[in-house]
Design a protein. Structure first.
Length: 214
């Protein structure tokens, strides 16, 4: 993992992941709904669902929500009304208020971009719920670009579309494999292992800048 820049002046841009950085993911809510619908056997298959080819195809935008819903029904061997499934699929997030505050602070000084593996259902639900989604200067989402992290091409395609030097871009992600992939293309990558990591990282950037100014 690369070391974060010393101060805000070292940065061209800040790049942030979504899940477990800007929002906390609570898969247990989905499990509870599935338990009510299918019982223990269905719950036991939940982890397998997230490893299925259909899930990754959905996250890359290769299939639409209806096709993904059909694949889930087939995988779990049950009938699940589409609207009920969408509600269960999406109602698994809580905003990370410390990260939101950090986003608001850092965007006043540098452009901030959202780089996330996500799907159209999750993103539309999150964007419709929290207005801070409009604070990003740009989006690079797996279902729109057709590539998922940790494939390094995910990061390269972002860099190809912007005039930023990778060594002057701070990237924050919760997964070690994504941090490693970001580092491999030259980004300064930090792993978000606790809810306050982004807040502390941004505070340190400004503290160091203030010390230099003093």
């Amino acid at each position: 993992m690369s070391r974060a820049p010393l101060h805000i002046a070292d940065l061209d841009a800040v790049l942030l992941d979504l899940g477990n950085v800007m929002v906390q993911l609570h898969v247990g809510r989905f499990v509870q709904r599935l338990r009510a619908l299918a019982g223990g056997e269905g719950v036991a298959q939940t982890r397998l669902l997230f490893a299925e080819d259909a899930y990754h195809r959905f996250a890359r935008g290769e299939i639409d929500p209806r096709a993904f819903h059909a694949a889930v029904q087939e995988r779990l061997g049950l009938a699940w009304p589409f609207d009920s499934f969408v509600e269960a699929w999406c109602d698994v997030f809580e905003q990370n208020e410390q990260s939101v505050e950090a986003l608001r602070r850092v965007r006043e000084q540098r452009p901030v971009f959202l780089l996330s593996n996500t799907d159209t259902l999750h993103w539309e639900w999150i964007r419709g719920r929290w207005s801070w989604c409009e604070l990003f200067h740009g989006l690079h989402l797996s279902f729109e670009v057709g590539i998922e992290k940790p494939d390094p091409r995910f990061f390269r395609t972002f860099l190809d579309g912007h005039p930023f030097r990778p060594e002057r871009c701070l990237y924050v992600d919760d997964l070690a494999e994504n941090v490693a992939a970001a580092s491999s293309v030259g980004l300064v990558a930090v792993q978000h292992t606790e809810p306050d990591v982004l807040g502390r990282t941004v505070a340190a950037l400004f503290d160091d800048a203030d010390e230099k100014a003093g």
